[in-house]
Design a protein. Structure first.
Length: 108
């Protein structure tokens, strides 16, 4: 089933939806970020991962400073329309620590 931007439940998350970023080839989970309507719209328009930075209170495109751009190949929406997955082809590491994934620490 296909969903549209207007179907996304931004209201449930105070204007944001969680975005899981997954490598389209390896299926590795690369990061978890948040998008508002504008950043999700920019992702759809440009084909690059855009997010809303809760700490900096601004839009940002993954790779705008690092060059580690994520090309979004497909966007999946969960059944409640309140979370999305970006399936990406990534150029460089996803994490700001230069790790391939932000999920490189194990909880014990």
């Amino acid at each position: 089933m296909y969903k549209k931007l207007v179907d996304i439940e931004f209201v449930k998350g105070n204007g944001l939806v969680p975005v899981i970023v997954q490598d389209i080839e390896s299926k590795d989970i690369l990061t978890l970020a948040y998008s508002n309507k504008e950043s999700l719209s920019l992702t759809i328009q440009t084909g690059n991962s855009w997010f809303w930075s809760r700490s900096r209170n601004k839009l940002w495109m993954k790779g705008e400073t690092s060059g580690n751009i994520q090309n979004v190949k497909k966007i999946l929406v969960d059944c409640d329309c309140d979370a999305v997955i970006y399936l990406v082809d990534t150029k460089g590491p996803a994490c700001h620590t230069q790790q391939n994934t932000c999920f490189h620490n194990e909880l014990k």
